[in-house]
Design a protein around this ligand. Sequence first.
Ligand code: NAD
Length: 336
Amino acid sequence: MRVAVFSTKPYDRQYLNETNEEFGHELVYFEPRLNRSTVPLAQGFPCVCVFVNDEVDAHVLLQLQQGGTELLALRSAGFNHVDMQVAEQLGIKVVRVPAYSPHAVAEHNIALLMALNRKTHRAYNRVREGNFSLDGLLGFDLYGLAVGVIGTGKIGEAASRIFHGFGCELLGYDLNPNPNCEALGMQYVSMDELFSQADIISIHCPLTPDTHHLINAGTISKMKRGVTILNTSRGAIIDAQAVLVGLKSGQVGNLGLDVYEEEADLFFEDLSDQIIQDDVFARLLTLPNVVITGHQGFFTEKALANIAHTTLENICEFEQSGDCQNLLDAKGVKAS
Ligand code: NAD
C-alpha cells in the first residue's frame, strides 16, 4: 500500500525500511508531525501512518478523507490524539499497535524512580567534578513501600512485577482488575484509598476524558506528604501546574515524567539553543527532585522493531481483507 509516514526520525525509517523488506509497501516519509498545516502532504495516500504527537483532529481527518485516505495506521498503543468518532463518521479505519513492549515502558518507569530515589542524576554530575560529598543524596529503601498503580493493563502489570520484585506492597486502581496483578498480591482499592495509602503513585492508564488531570490540586491534597509520582503514560493525566505547587510545598516529594501535557512542541526535537517558552515546564526542570525524559519509554530496539512489524502487518491485513485484528472503533476499543 502507498503510505505517508509522518513524524519520522532516522531511527523510525531504519526500522520501518528493514521490516518493509518483508511487506513491500511504498513508504513515503515526512519528518513533520501531521497537523492542519501539514495535512496537504497526505493528499492522495490511501494510508497515513502517525505517531503520538500528531494532531489527528476533525479538520485533519476531513482533509485526509477528501484526499482519499482510507486507513490511519498508528505507530502507538495510545489513540488520544485521534478524534475516533469523526474517523468513524468519515469511514476512515484506524489501526494501532496495542502492545510492542510493555516491558520497555515499565522498565523506563523504574529508571525514573531509581534516579529520583538515589539521586543518580545529581551524583553523576558531582562525581565527574570530583565532588564526592553525599549531602543531598539520601534515598529510601523501596522494600516495604506501598506503590499505587493506576491502570493495571499491560504496562501496569509489567511495572507491578518489578515493584513486586523490590518487595513493595501493591495497591491497584483500574476499571477492570487484572488477575495477574492480583496473583502478585495486588490489592485493588478505591482511587481515594490509593491516594491516601501509596508512597509511590505509578500511572499507567490511558488518557481519556475520565483521566484528564486525574492528578490535580484536589487529589494531590489527598496523597501522603512526600509522595513520589511517576507518569510514563500521557502528559495530560497530570495537571502540571498543580503538581508544581505540590512540589514547592513539599506535599509532592518526587516527580518522574516521561510525558508532559504540552510536550508536542518540545519533545523529539533538539531545542538546546532555544528558550523554552513553557514556564511551568521550565520551572519543573530546575527542581532537584524532578526527573523528566522526553517520551522515551518506548525507545528500545525491541520496541521499535515490534512497532515497525505490527504497523506494516496491520496495513497488509487491511489491504487484503478490509479488516484488521488491531482495528479500533469510535470508542477506541477493538472493533468486533
Ligand atoms: P492497556 O490498555 O494494556 O492498559 C490500560 C489499563 O488502563 C487497562 O487495564 C484499563 O482498564 C485501564 N483504564 C482505562 N481507563 C481507566 C481509568 N479511568 N482509570 C483507571 N484505569 C483505567 O494499555 P498499556 O499498553 O498498558 O498502555 C498504557 C498507556 O501507556 C497507554 O495508554 C499510553 O498512553 C502509555 N504509553 C506510553 C509510552 C511511552 O513511551 N511513555 C509507550 C506506550 C504506551
